[in-house]
Design a protein around this ligand. Structure first.
Ligand SMILES: Nc1ncnc2c1ncn2[C@@H]1O[C@H](COP(=O)(O)OP(=O)(O)OP(=O)(O)O)[C@@H](O)[C@H]1O
Length: 171
């Protein structure tokens, strides 16, 4: 029997050439765990039981990054300033949304960078490893790229109206 890919939410975990697998094989049962689909993360030390507790853990991550990562504090302050300046300059909703999106992207990248650094440190401890270096350097590179893009976007949207506002003071 050919199984229709569109009928299974689990099909995203399968390679494209596996459309002829019967649906029974995709359904994990207690006696026959499916290696592709794991309903229970049995390696997790703790799983948030409710949405509210998930938010609590997410906030704890944000709080940890804010108090421990200087770069994260800088990105948060610059993002807040850019949005405030945009509101002050009466930018359009779309322009403000773009600034908010790019600022949020940088902060999210910084959080991921912190997460990757922690996992690398957990894995290799204080020993040197070339793969640890690659992981940390690439994570830092992702933050840098998003920060450059964010500065360009904010500059393009904020500098022209800011320049017009400053004209009376510079003449
Ligand atoms: N275990 C390791 N093995 C090899 N190189 C490492 C290792 N730990 C750190 N490094 C190198 O040192 C650099 C700095 O590491 P660190 O953990 O301080 O990250 P960071 O980029 O300074 O963090 P932040 O984003 O907080 O500024 C890494 O980018 C990497 O090149």
């Amino acid at each position: 029997m050919v199984f229709n890919k569109a009928h299974s939410s689990n099909s995203q975990f399968l390679p494209s050439n596996s459309l002829s697998i019967s649906p029974e094989l995709l359904m994990p049962t207690p006696n026959k765990p499916n290696s592709a689909v794991k309903p229970i993360r049995d390696l997790a030390w703790c799983i948030a039981p409710t949405l509210l507790i998930s938010f609590k853990y997410a906030w704890a991550g944000f709080h940890y990054a804010f108090i421990s990562q200087r770069n994260f504090r800088i990105h948060t302050i610059i993002g807040t300033l850019a949005i405030s300046l945009g509101v002050f300059l009466h930018l359009t909703m779309v322009e403000l949304s773009v600034i908010a999106l790019t600022s949020g992207l940088v902060m999210a990248m910084e959080l991921l960078n912190t997460a990757i650094e922690s996992v690398v440190d957990l894995t290799v401890k204080q020993s040197y490893h070339e793969l640890a270096k690659i992981a940390k350097d690439c994570a830092a590179g992702a933050v840098l790229i998003s920060a450059i893009a964010s500065v360009l976007v904010a500059g393009v949207l904020i500098i022209p109206p800011l320049w017009i506002r400053l004209q009376p003071f510079v003449q």
